[in-house]
Design a protein around this ligand. Structure first.
Ligand code: MN
Length: 224
């Protein structure tokens, strides 16, 4: 993961920012759709990335464009609330998915990965142990009502890790928190293979976490 050009905890490359066109593009994945088998199936990966994530990118660009029109006196000013909500939803969805792909690793590589020394020490300090941290993460994800996420975040004021829930793509977000690791529990993330068995999907997801990327996000978040 390139650290060059970092803006806060993100880089333009991570979130597919095209500075020439001044819009977001769907970032390419660094692995093939089938590389998380058997934990996450190739068809789910392909539809999730090429259809669902692509729709968030399109929705975000559309909303940004419509707000620009309003700003230029060409749009319908009464819709500013609508387009602002669209930015929160689609922009949230876009960034969430970028981070989700970034923190997955192919099955063969992920099986030997664990948090690096600094992150492991922080996890022990804030949760007592790695297992307690991951169990809290799974419990939070399992308990999301409807569609949403669970996130491991860095909370910079208290200088600590927290696990938070997210409803949809944006609700319940704590301003100032830096996301380090998220698990998507929208049904589109798991229904083809796991149907209603979200807990089984969460166990499988834990097998394909790319901890190297989580370490880098943690280091960037702490550096501010
Ligand atoms: Mn998703």
């Amino acid at each position: 993961m390139a650290v060059k050009g970092r803006r806060g905890f993100l880089t333009p490359e991570m979130v597919g920012w095209d500075a020439t066109r001044r819009e977001y593009v769907l970032p390419k994945l660094r692995y093939a759709y089938n590389e998380m088998e058997p934990h996450i199936d190739a068809q789910t990966m392909e539809i999730h990335h090429s259809k669902h994530h692509a729709a968030y990118v399109a929705g975000l660009n559309k909303a940004l464009g419509e707000l620009e029109k309003i700003r230029n006196g060409e749009g319908d000013g009464s819709l500013i609330k609508h387009w602002s909500r669209e930015i929160a939803f689609h922009g949230g969805g876009h960034v969430n998915h970028c981070l989700f792909w970034l923190t997955l690793a192919p099955t063969e590589r992920a099986k030997d990965m664990k948090p690096g020394k600094d992150l492991a020490a922080q996890i022990d300090r804030d949760f007592g142990s790695f297992d307690r941290c991951m169990n809290e993460m799974s419990a939070a994800a399992a308990a999301v009502e409807g569609s949403g996420w669970a996130w491991l975040v860095w909370e910079p004021v208290g200088e600590r890790l927290l696990i938070t829930q997210m409803e949809k793509q944006q609700n319940l977000w704590m301003t100032g928190a830096s996301p380090l690791l998220g698990v998507d529990v929208w049904e589109h993330a798991y229904y083809l293979r796991y149907q209603n068995r979200r807990a089984d999907y969460l166990k499988a997801w834990r097998q394909v976490i790319g901890w190297t990327a989580v370490d880098e996000l943690f280091a960037a978040a702490r550096a501010g």
